[in-house]
Design a protein around this ligand. Structure first.
Ligand code: ATP
Ligand code: MG
Length: 371
């Protein structure tokens, strides 16, 4: 069956897993949560054995976030309390993904979201009006257009605030009273103007440290959140696993019938790891590009190469395409990054091509595309 949307929300993508977890869930549950904290943890970190649903079939709960299980546990418990959760870190470290998974498992919906931009206004955070109704009937509940924050408070679900630090600090501050008093005042509605948050409401913010810093957040707002720093995955095996999982899932969704090549995933994971860390596995110094070497970028380089091979009907992945896609991904910020990539090829890739051969040799041969 053709998929319905280009990117399904987590609660749709993992409907079966969430249902199986709900069927089996006997854990302690905060009010209004769909799953207990224990079941939320299993949903994100995976289960050792398949779960049996009520109607008797088995569902595998796959691990979705890699690298720091304790961070995931802390995030869940934060959301059961009265402070918000702020996920900060480098681009492409799965902050958005984690916030979507948490919202889907806790509230059953991950799309109640404010997207922070330089143009975000207080109306977008609190509420606005349907002007036709406002003119016809005056300020009534019916004429009020609720924001995702308003919806979160009235339904008792999570509101996600993406890229919160891209919003001007004075606009961010409109969250302060909501986060501390859990009440939103709509003065225009007079007697009916106080919206008290229902249990289950909380806010997950994400902030990218390469864009605008969290330093620009007011300290009053910071005090209303628990901060968690999401680090890039530092283990090549884990990074390889993420590439394999994500590419296999996207390929299945796009009906690309080519198997994922584990050697290429390993090569890409190793390359990204070494360029990010500035050192090879045998201690050769590598110059770090200024571009972000995130796992998300590695997944995208692989997937582009795979799509190319599939639609142009090549028998196999082309390492020349891979090298070109890698060059485009790494060298978009600065020309110096191209020299750094070339030097990586001339030292580390060269040595490995001689020693290991295989895909590394093809990779080294494709260095002429580094331009
Ligand atoms: N630790 C990880 N576990 C699982 N997947 C990961 C991990 N780190 C990165 N990824 C991959 O990276 C993708 C991108 O993540 P996401 O868009 O959530 O990053 P982000 O931190 O929100 O980035 P940005 O700051 O650019 O918004 C994920 O969908 C996943 O494929
Ligand atoms: Mg993000």
């Amino acid at each position: 069956m053709a998929q319905q949307w280009i990117k399904s929300p987590m609660e749709v993508r993992y409907r079966e897993e969430l249902q199986a977890l709900a069927d089996q869930d006997t854990g302690r549950k905060p009010e209004n949560w769909v799953l207990s904290p224990k079941a939320v943890r299993t949903f994100i970190l995976g289960a050792a054995r398949p779960l049996k649903t009520k109607d008797g079939h088995e569902v595998t709960i796959r691990k979705k976030f890699f690298g720091n299980d304790a961070l995931v546990e802390r995030c869940i418990i934060t959301l059961a309390g009265s402070r918000g959760l702020m996920l900060v870190g480098e681009p492409g470290t799965a902050k958005t993904m984690l916030s979507e998974l948490l919202s889907a498992a806790i509230s059953g919906i991950s799309t109640n979201t404010v997207q922070g931009t330089a143009g975000t206004t207080e109306d977008m955070i609190k509420y606005s009006w349907n002007y036709a109704l406002l003119l016809a009937k005056g300020p009534t509940q019916e004429a009020l257009v609720p924001s995702p924050l308003y919806v979160g408070m009235s339904k008792g679900i999570i509101t996600r605030f993406e890229e919160i630090t891209r919003t001007p600090a004075e606009i961010q501050d409109s969250l302060i009273s909501v986060m501390s008093d859990k009440v939103l005042n709509v003065p225009e509605l007079e007697d009916e103007g106080l919206l008290f948050a229902r249990p289950g409401f909380n806010v997950i913010g994400t902030a990218n440290i390469r864009d605008k810093g969290v330093n620009e957040m007011s300290s009053a707002l910071k005090r209303r959140f628990n901060f968690e720093t999401v680090e890039p995955v530092r283990d090549v095996r884990l990074e390889k696993q993420i590439i394999l999982n994500e590419v296999a899932e996207s390929a299945a969704a796009d009906r690309i019938g080519m198997p994922v090549d584990t050697d290429v995933a390993e090569l890409l994971a190793t390359t990204y790891h070494e360029l990010r860390e500035g050192i090879s596995d045998i201690g050769v110094k590598v110059e770090r590009p200024s571009a972000v070497m995130s796992t998300a970028e590695a997944v995208s380089v692989y997937y582009q190469t795979l799509s190319n091979a599939w639609y142009y009907e090549y028998p196999d992945l082309s390492m020349e395409d891979l090298t070109q896609n890698l060059t485009n991904a790494v060298c978009k910020d600065s020309k110096d990054d191209l020299d750094k990539l070339k030097s990586y090829f001339n030292t580390v890739v060269k040595q490995r091509a001689e020693k290991v051969g295989g895909r590394w040799k093809e990779f080294y041969t494709a260095r002429k595309y580094l331009r």
